[in-house]
Design a protein around this ligand. Structure first.
Ligand code: AHG
Ligand code: MN
Ligand code: MN
Ligand code: MN
Length: 334
């Protein structure tokens, strides 16, 4: 019989190799896994249990919240706030940092999450996910906003769960990227995609083409060249995908390469982009770099940005190294 490695076993064995590891991190990760299994179940049940559709509310970023945006946020908070491993949390769906209720002990980590990524897809039964990032914190204190505003390079761990035809967890603790598939029968994530790596070259891009007339010249130039393919300056023709779920796009890129872009939009005077640095760009950048890819705003490495605000947005260009470097080069040329 094939011997399967569970996520728990994988993490315990990986952490055992590291000096000064207390077990708190392993335990924290287990709590995240439990929350994501619950979310997987809810997403799978869909309208059987009446969780689809919009709520009558907006989040701090002005997005209309789906019912599941709120439910999944509550699942994450409720699974993590009592365990004693966290000093605080931050979520796409909550305006301010989330402190640990006074009756519970405080730990040495911060958890940041996008509880439901791609939520515009939920009502049409397409892939959605949960993205998370773990940071270190001063121990035993109520953290201040400044404690959260760390560069992505400081992340202890980043991961996402993709609720697709299979439920998959992809994880990095800075020692490569591994993928696990949820075995629904036994309720365990099983290591199915060890050491995921992104090919340096690709002929597939992902961008929301409906924003084309608002892009900056370097992005326009790159996509124009992809569209012209062999009839233009490129040596190959390109294919395009746009799922509108970052989790699904990043998973595809981890599997077969590609480049994903959510660039500046010239309509936006702050020129900020759409995706949020703390719980979308940073965790995905950590994963992508650990798998041998690259992640940039076009002007700087995502993981080097010092965030100024919790819900700060950032342009994102990520994926196969040679294509990302080409796009960064176009930004340098102006
Ligand atoms: P969220 O559902 O967490 O708000 O994130 C959606 C993000 C991301 O997953 C996706 O890449 C992008 O928004 C899609 O944007 P468009 O609808 O503009 O294509
Ligand atoms: Mn949202
Ligand atoms: Mn998202
Ligand atoms: Mn979301």
């Amino acid at each position: 019989m094939t011997k399967h490695v569970t996520l728990t076993q994988f993490i315990i064995e990986q952490q055992r190799e590291l000096p000064g590891v207390s077990g708190a991190f392993t335990s924290l990760l287990n709590d995240v896994v439990t929350a994501c299994k619950k979310i997987s179940h809810l997403v799978n049940q869909g309208n059987l249990i009446g969780v689809l559709g919009s709520a009558d509310s907006e989040n701090v970023q002005g997005e209309v919240q789906k019912k599941l945006d709120i439910i999944t946020n509550d699942i994450m908070v409720d699974a993590l706030n009592w365990t004693g491993h966290l000093a605080g949390m931050a979520s796409e769906e909550i305006d301010d940092i989330i402190l640990i209720p006074p009756q519970y002990p405080k730990g040495k980590y911060l958890a940041l999450f996008d509880p439901l990524d791609g939520s515009s897809n939920i009502d049409v039964n397409l892939a959605v996910g949960t993205i998370f990032s773990i940071l270190r914190c001063r121990e035993g204190v109520d953290p201040a906003l400044e404690d959260f505003l760390q560069k992505g390079a400081e992340q202890v761990c980043a991961g996402f769960v993709l609720y697709g035809p299979s439920t998959m967890m992809v994880l990095t603790t800075g020692q490569g990227v591994n993928g696990f598939t949820l075995d629904q029968d036994i309720g365990e994530f099983i290591l199915t995609h060890p050491n995921m790596t992104i090919p340096n070259d690709t002929s597939e891009f992902a961008i929301n083409m409906s924003n084309q007339r608002f892009w900056e010249p370097p992005v326009k130039r790159y996509i124009d060249e992809c569209l012209q393919g062999k009839d233009g300056l490129r040596e190959k023709d390109f294919n395009m995908r746009w799922v509108a779920s970052m989790v699904a796009e990043v998973y595809r890129i981890l599997t077969r390469g590609g480049v994903f872009m959510y660039p500046y939009d010239l309509r936006d005077p702050s020129r900020a982009g759409k995706l949020r640095i703390m719980y979308e760009a940073n965790p995905m950048a950590f994963i992508i770099e650990q798998a041998g890819g690259a992640c940039s705003t076009g002007r700087e490495r995502i993981l080097d940005i010092k965030p100024k605000a919790l819900h700060q947005r950032v342009p994102v260009i990520l994926g196969s190294k040679n294509e990302v470097e080409r796009i960064v080069g176009y930004h340098q040329e102006g």
